[in-house]
Design a protein around this ligand. Structure first.
Ligand code: UD1
Length: 456
């Protein structure tokens, strides 16, 4: 039986077959950060000059964002992991629904389009289904910068008030340190008239990467990475070459996979302090971590249970909550994993339980009692990070597993299975001739707790 975390769907034609109880060994190369590359692509709309982006991961999310830009009239040339982006001929101020569907980062285009044309129409964003994911902070901030905004039939229509056709600097205090809202408002403020301050800004490394690239383009942004970002508006931005930072979430996923299989690996390149919350927890749970320049080596020992609670950067990243939960299923003792950022990000719990884990979900806290063994199964991942968690579980498990729902995984992990193969895991992508109907994918009865948290 194939178990899914949602009662609808699953017409999927690919799966990863994993032979369990694998060990990892060697060095793994970490790709460029998806969440940085996405926002940097949007930021390239702010100039009429060429932007060269290096270290861009090849992922379906990036391809989608590229198509959105091309649809606006951007000339985009890709070679290996390098993108050349030329936005001088864009004339369209509107994003078509068909292209933005499912890509939350598409909403980032609103700030640059608004600054450049004085108006923009962008459909409400999609993305991983891990919670309600409102955009009120983006909207309120853009309004404070002088935009008039209405939302009609799922389209956010924004226009700059007044004759000057320019946003104006202002003081914005975010209710919560939203990553996306901070990025939208930073981009919009770079070409505004006067000074903007964003208080309670998010401090994630991807925001610092964005600010660094914008400053190379001639923006005047101070204190990115702090709670209060200051932006002095400039009249024009120019082109630049920029290298995307390494993906801290991909890096953390490999470290967790190594800890889960008692394997020693080295990951590089990384920026070790971006991963501090994760390496601290891995150390606490019994692994030895060695940092040398831009690499991290993990040597796991006895796996002890530890508690985590997700938090905005520099706290433990919500994007690694699901993989860490998979790790804790086989740890010695009891652990508590609390999700505080998204209200619906526990999609993996009942699937891990089907594999033999002992997890009780109460509200957004998973209470885990470590078991000796979990067992391979056929499973369907339902969002990006829970798919990664299921793959880790498949690697730990006794027996083989097939993981479906790879369209989520392919959004965010570049060459995941090839990298695992290089490290010694027996994993194959299988292409199935048949697609499957809903009835074939019904999972077993979910626990009462899981039922309450409608899964993605
Ligand atoms: C980004 C990342 C995602 C990561 C998340 C948190 C991208 C493309 N995605 O998502 O991988 O998991 O940061 O680190 O970079 N909120 C509001 N109002 C808003 C915006 C957000 O209430 O206007 C709330 C959200 O519902 C959520 C919390 O703030 O509970 C954090 O969301 P946010 O930081 O905005 O995440 P994203 O930018 O969507």
């Amino acid at each position: 039986m194939i178990c899914v975390s949602k009662k609808k769907s699953y017409p999927k034609s690919e799966n990863l077959k994993i032979f369990g109880q694998g060990k990892l060994n060697g060095i793994v190369e970490i790709s460029g950060a998806k969440n940085s590359a996405l926002v940097l692509l949007a930021a390239s709309l702010l100039t009429n000059e060429k932007i060269i982006l290096k270290n861009v991961p090849r992922l379906t999310d990036i391809e989608k964002m590229g198509n959105i830009l091309k649809n606006l009239g951007v000339n985009l040339v890709e070679r290996n992991n390098k993108l050349q982006i030329d936005s001088k001929n864009i004339s369209i101020k509107e994003l078509p629904y068909e292209l933005v569907n499912g890509l939350r980062a598409s909403f980032f285009c609103i700030g640059p389009l608004l600054s450049k044309f004085g108006e923009a129409k962008v459909p409400l964003p999609g993305g991983c289904n891990i919670g309600s994911r409102p955009i009120d902070e983006h909207i309120n901030g853009l309004k404070a910068l002088g935009a008039e905004i209405i939302i009609e039939e799922g389209i956010v229509k924004a226009k700059i008030k007044g004759k000057k056709n320019k946003l104006h600097g202002t003081h914005i205090k975010l209710k919560c340190p939203s990553v996306g809202a901070t990025e939208t408002l930073v981009m919009a403020a770079t070409l505004a008239q006067g000074r903007t301050t964003i208080e309670n800004a998010a401090r994630e490394p991807e925001i610092q990467d964005l600010c660094q690239m914008l400053n190379k383009m001639g923006a005047k942004i101070y204190d990115s990475g702090k709670e209060k970002i200051i932006i002095d508006g400039v009249n024009k931005l120019s082109g630049c070459t920029h290298k995307v930072i390494p993906d801290r979430i991909e890096a953390g996923t490999f470290l967790i996979a190594a800890a889960a299989t008692s394997s020693s690996i080295t990951i590089a390149p990384v920026i070790p302090h971006h991963l501090e919350a994760v390496t601290n927890k891995l150390q606490e749970s019994g692994s030895k971590i060695t940092i040398k320049g831009n690499s991290i080596t993990i040597n796991p020992r006895e796996l002890k249970s530890v508690d985590i609670s997700t938090a905005p950067f520099p706290g433990f990243p919500t994007d690694l909550q699901a993989p860490f939960t998979a790790l804790m299923t086989i740890a010695n003792g009891k652990s508590k994993i609390t999700e505080t950022i998204f209200e619906n990000r526990m999609n993996h719990i009942h699937l891990l339980n089907k594999m033999g884990a002992r997890i009780k979900l109460r509200k957004n806290t998973a209470h885990i009692k470590g078991v000796k063994t979990i067992y391979g199964m056929d499973l369907v991942g339902s969002d990006l990070r829970s798919s990664a968690a299921l793959i880790i579980a498949g690697i730990i498990a006794k027996g083989s597993s097939k993981i479906y729902g790879l369209e989520h995984l392919d959004r965010g992990y570049e060459n995941f299975e090839s990298k695992l193969k290089i490290l010694g895991i027996k994993i194959t992508r299988e292409f199935n001739k048949n697609t499957f109907t809903q009835s074939e994918f019904k999972g077993g009865k979910e626990s009462e707790d899981t039922e309450k948290y409608k899964v993605a």
